[in-house]
Write a new protein. Structure first.
Length: 175
C-alpha cells in the first residue's frame, strides 16, 4: 500500500520539474543562429568579396586581347556545322529520340580550328543538353531558344573563351 502512495507523488513531482529542460537547446539554436550567421557574413564573406574586387581608383576594362580572342574586323562570319546529333528523349524508356543538326557562328577566324580540337567534348555537351529534355519540354514553343542558349554557354565553357556568338538549327526533329 505504501508503494501505491509513492507512485502518484513521484508522477506529480516529475510533471512539475522536468518539462523546461528540453526547450533549452531549441531556444539556444533560435537565438544563436542569426547571430552566428551575421558574424560569418560580416567577418568572412564581405572581406572575401572585397579582396576579389579591384581597388577603387583602378578601373579595368576587359578587351578581346585580355581574353586572347582575335576577331576579324572586316565583318566576316565563320561557321562550323554539327550534323545529325541524336539522343534519346528523357523519360520515354528510350522509345523516342531527338535528332538535331546545327551550325555555330563566330567572328573569330580560328573558329574551325578551335572547334575541331574540342569537337568530341562539344558533342558531349550537345548530347547532354539534348538528352536532359523531356517530351513535355520539347513541345514548348520556346524550347529551341532555351536549347540554343544552353548549347552556346556549354560550348563557350568547353572552348575556354566566349567564341560562339550564335547557333542556328537546320534540323530539329523529335520522333
Amino acid at each position: 500500500m505504501a508503494e501505491e502512495q509513492n507512485a502518484p507523488e513521484a508522477a506529480s513531482q516529475s510533471a512539475k520539474g522536468g518539462g523546461g529542460s528540453g526547450m533549452l537547446p531549441a531556444l539556444l539554436v533560435i537565438v544563436l543562429m542569426p547571430v552566428i550567421s551575421f558574424a560569418m557574413f560580416k567577418f568572412m564573406v564581405i572581406p572575401m568579396i572585397k579582396a576579389e574586387l579591384p581597388e577603387e581608383g583602378a578601373e579595368e576594362h576587359l578587351t578581346a586581347e585580355d581574353l586572347n580572342i582575335s576577331y576579324d574586323t572586316t565583318g566576316a562570319e565563320y561557321s562550323s556545322a554539327f550534323e545529325n546529333v541524336v539522343t534519346n528523349v528523357k523519360g520515354t524508356s528510350q522509345t523516342r529520340f531527338v535528332q538535331v543538326s546545327f551550325t555555330v557562328y563566330s567572328a573569330n577566324p580560328m573558329l574551325e580550328a578551335e572547334v575541331e580540337m574540342k569537337r568530341p567534348r562539344m558533342m558531349d555537351v550537345a548530347i547532354t543538353v539534348l538528352g536532359n529534355l523531356t517530351l513535355a519540354e520539347l513541345e514548348k514553343s520556346e524550347m529551341k531558344n532555351i536549347v540554343r542558349n544552353q548549347l552556346q554557354q556549354g560550348f563557350n565553357h568547353v572552348l575556354g573563351k566566349p567564341i560562339i556568338e550564335d547557333i542556328s538549327f537546320s534540323q530539329f526533329v523529335v520522333q
